[in-house]
Design a binder for this molecule. Structure first.
Ligand code: F6P
Length: 362
């Protein structure tokens, strides 16, 4: 009998998701003559009446350069803590058994879950409940372990770097300080690598609680040397050594996911108040996640998709595909999600930034 496999994309979207979907469909159909179905809106599509569609090569034609995900996604639909409103009261319930039942009812043999640590943690639990799973690591934050890089990250770094290049010319013309707040949650990868590529003067990361005096000193030294402008990249999860993260919405108020944002405004306020320099804030926000994927992410997403199909062919479940050096390999999903991949404050990359004269706020 012809095999059926399913694919879903969960968590925040990122560039390269469609490359993965396309590769999974083409490789499953062309190499194995399998049937592929796409679950809509992440695990949400397996709660209640399942929402899914047939995916054949015609359905994925022309999507390689497209951002987002043709299947839709959700970073609110965790089946282990699913928001349900009854009699006007909202509470979180475990609907994972329903998800497993719905999945089996679709007649699928295996599910490819494309997502970040949240989605892959759910995948691990569902694998333990008897759903054959293969994970593919996605996130602009690059905070997943066991892979050198997640797809989506390269594009995000490119977007931020271009923004920094553009901000340089206006900052310089007006002799201003520009504070650029970038995404990344608790990982400072986007800030650090785009800051390096975009020649930032100060980079503030969640992994290095910052001293405002160090930031002020760096701006002042630049002015003494004739540079009357500065570019500061602040990761949304960065915080002062004597303070804490700036949270827009607590996890309780936001269905289990803390919404960060506002540290850029705080840093800018301190600079203009303490140094009397005209300062502006740019919050790049979801621009970092949208739009066409870079060639690197198109290729990596495609290779990940093909490897995931190979794992199903070999009936190797509970595994996540990963990049190690130049090779695509596979690892236990559990090993990838037990802790986050964060910037090493004493590592080579942070050291390179400081060797170039960039202030990391310490
Ligand atoms: O995890 C990806 C990410 O873009 C983070 O960098 C950011 O904190 C978060 O998602 C934003 O989520 P939302 O789309 O819910 O605003």
């Amino acid at each position: 009998m012809k095999r059926t496999i399913a694919i879903l994309t969960g968590g925040g979207d990122c560039p390269g998701l469609n490359a993965v979907i396309r590769a999974v469909v083409r490789s499953a159909v062309l190499q194995h003559d399998w049937r592929v179905i796409g679950i809509e809106d992440g695990f949400d599509g397996l709660v209640g009446t399942p929402r899914w569609r047939e995916l054949d090569p015609a359905a994925v034609r022309g999507i390689l350069p497209r951002g987002g995900t043709i299947l839709g996604t959700s970073n609110r639909g965790n089946p282990l803590a699913y928001p349900v409103t009854k009699d006007g009261e909202s509470r979180l319930v475990d609907v994972s058994d329903e998800v497993v039942e719905n999945f089996h009812a679709l007649g699928a043999d295996a599910l490819i879950a494309v997502g970040g640590d949240g989605t892959l943690k759910i995948a691990r639990t569902l694998q333990d409940k008897g759903m054959p799973m293969v994970g593919i690591p996605k996130t602009i934050d690059n905070d997943l372990r066991c892979t050198d890089v997640t797809f989506g990250y390269n594009t995000a770094v490119g977007v931020v770097t271009e923004a920094l290049d553009r901000l340089h010319t206006t900052a310089e013309s007006h002799h201003r300080v520009m504070v650029v707040e970038v995404m990344g949650r608790d990982a400072g990868w986007i800030a650090l690598e785009s800051g390096l590529a975009g020649s930032a003067d100060v980079i503030l990361l969640p992994e290095i609680p910052f001293q405002l005096d160090a930031v002020f000193g760096s701006i002042q030294r630049r002015r003494e040397h004739g540079s009357r402008f500065s570019i500061i990249v602040v990761s949304e999860g960065a915080f002062p050594a004597e303070g804490q993260k700036v949270v827009q919405l607590s996890a309780e108020a936001n269905l289990g996911v803390e919404r960060l944002g506002g540290i850029g405004q705080f840093v800018a306020g301190e600079i203009s108040q303490q140094l009397g320099i005209e300062t502006r804030v740019v919050v790049l926000g979801h621009v970092q996640r949208g739009g066409t994927p870079s060639p690197f992410d198109r290729i990596l997403g495609s290779r990940f998709g093909i490897r995931a199909v190979d794992l199903i062919a070999a009936e190797k479940y509970g595994r996540m595909v990963a990049l190690r050096g130049r090779q695509v390999v596979d690892v236990e999903i559990s090993d990838a999600v037990d802790s986050l991949n964060l910037v090493d404050p004493d590592g080579e990359l942070a050291g390179a930034a400081e060797a170039l004269g960039i202030c990391l706020g310490r």
